[in-house]
Design a binder for this molecule. Structure first.
Ligand code: ADP
Length: 479
């Protein structure tokens, strides 16, 4: 039997559940399906939440060993002679606790709503129907007025021999993850997942090697931030840039990763073969969009990123919406949440585009140590967009003079605010160093609301916090 409902949401991650709850509260009949059987998607199952739980614990461990207290009470703060493996187990237990806590919280949210949540995998069977196969093998069929495709993304693997020998972020961070702490991990890919993992493992005493195909870490991110991270990691993480991995082999109890590297000298344009051995290979080569089986029945256009969407996140079928990772535009949980609310508003408007997604003001964060974050335009992008050099002014702030950075003993870092010289509106901001991910939130508001340097300079930011730097950098462009 097929049940007719207003909205079907496939996927209960950041792109799915905010819309489901919003539409439910507005009186729409909503069915939401996800095989995980709870909310949070990959972010909670194996992404942002567990990786940050591990990261913060590793950072606490590293700060106790090498931070401001390292000269005193050393044996107490570094855990005496506890082996790294027992610290690692405690960290994984902490991670599991955080995941369980959030799953319990989400369970209560599901119970408090009237959304019908189906634990199962959905596939499309016609232009207006889906079928969900539940864990027990039961089949439920729904006809919809609107369909929200929020099926997210999954880690991608390079199509190379031996790719199956590598683990992914899923194996490292899933609930109940039980990988041993590697001593010499080889990380394939220097994007944000690869770099975050490298600094976490380095804090726990590992000697990571990162193989990155392009000539900077964090390809696609602001070059200033990427170069700052590269410099800061010297002596901590071995970075092999311009290195395209070609194969992974097992040798005894170890793995050998083969790569082709651009020759170092400008006169030699050839490629050199190289290899590196390690006790774990982590594939961190990005994520790819996931669409449900039978998606072809919907008649929507797909490109290499995923479903093609307009500013209202509507696909080429006006009754089908595709917010979040699935559309490949910006694979970030907070972006997915905002996209989800955009879709809910448009569904409530009867399918008209009443709300639009502004991707240009979505901040990004990289939880390496040092931490990085940015929003809006970089100086280079602003100069390109506004033509001549005089149209852009930049205010900077150096962590070397910042009270909080000094208190933490972590004075490497900076903040950069990029303003339109004529209107003095903030166009973008980049932050490198402690608290970067927190600082980017007020800066994202400022970029989105096009606040002026004067407006930022006139805020009394709390002392002694790094946010004081926002007013100081803004004052720099007023004189
Ligand atoms: P986003 O941040 O865009 O929400 P996530 O990857 O975090 O992306 O979440 C996507 C969710 O979609 C995951 O929980 C996944 O289990 C779910 N999902 C993927 N394919 C299906 C499917 N065919 N049926 C139901 N749920 C699905």
């Amino acid at each position: 039997m097929t049940e007719h409902v207003d909205v079907v949401v496939i996927g209960a991650g950041g792109a799915g559940y905010p819309a489901a709850f919003l539409l439910d509260r507005a009186g729409r009949q909503v069915v939401m399906a996800d095989p995980i059987g709870n909310l949070g998607g990959d972010c909670l199952a194996e992404g942002c939440i567990p990786s940050k739980a591990v990261r913060e614990a590793a950072l606490a461990y590293q700060r106790a060993r090498t931070g401001v207290l390292s000269g005193a009470r050393r044996s107490e703060v570094d855990g005496g002679d506890r082996p790294a493996s027992s610290v690692w187990r405690a960290i994984l237990e902490h991670k599991d606790r955080v995941q369980r806590l959030r799953y319990d919280q989400h369970r209560r949210e599901i119970d408090a709503s009237t959304v019908r949540f189906v634990a199962g995998s959905a596939h499309v069977i016609s232009e207006s129907e889906i079928e969900v196969t539940t864990a027990s093998g039961a089949i439920e069929r729904y006809r919809f007025e609107h369909l929200i495709l929020a099926t997210g993304s999954a880690p991608s693997r390079l199509p190379i021999p031996g790719a199956e020998l590598a683990v992914t972020s899923h194996d490292l961070f899933r609930l109940g993850a039980d990988l041993e702490l590697p001593a010499r991990p080889v990380i394939v890919g220097g994007g944000y997942i690869g770099m975050e993992t490298a600094t976490i493992l380095e804090h726990l005493g590992a000697a990571p090697v990162v193989l990155e195909a392009t000539d900077q870490v964090l390809p696609g991110f602001d070059e200033d931030l990427a170069r700052f991270l590269e410099r800061s990691l010297k002596g901590r993480v071995q970075l092999e840039l311009g290195s395209a991995v070609t194969a992974i082999e097992r040798r005894g109890g170890e793995f050998v990763v083969r790569y082709r590297q651009q020759a170092a000298t400008s006169t030699d344009t050839g490629l050199q073969e190289g290899s590196v051995a390690g006790d774990l290979v982590i594939m961190a080569t990005g994520r790819i969009s996931v669409v449900p089986e039978g998606v072809e029945h919907l008649g929507i256009d797909l490109d290499r990123h995923g479903p093609v969407v307009d500013a209202g996140l509507r696909t080429t079928n006006p009754r089908v919406w595709a917010p979040g990772d699935v559309n490949g535009r910006s694979m970030l949980f907070h972006s997915a949440v905002r996209q989800s609310t955009v879709v809910a508003h448009n569904v409530l408007a009867g399918g008209a585009i009443a709300d639009r997604m502004d991707f240009s003001t979505v901040p990004f964060t990289v939880f390496t140590d040092p931490e990085l974050a940015g929003v809006g335009l970089t100086e280079v992008q602003a100069r390109e967009r506004y033509g001549d050099g005089s149209a852009v002014v930049v205010g900077t702030y150096d962590y070397a003079v910042d009270a909080r950075a000094q208190i933490f003993g972590e004075t490497e870092g900076w903040m950069k605010l990029v303003f339109d010289a004529h209107s003095a509106c903030l166009l973008g901001a980049q932050v490198a160093g402690i608290d970067a991910a927190q600082l980017i939130a007020p800066l994202a508001i400022a970029v989105r609301e096009r606040l002026s340097a004067r407006a930022l300079a006139e805020v009394a930011f709390p002392h002694p916090m790094v946010s004081e730097g926002i007013a100081k950098a803004a004052r720099e462009v007023l004189v």
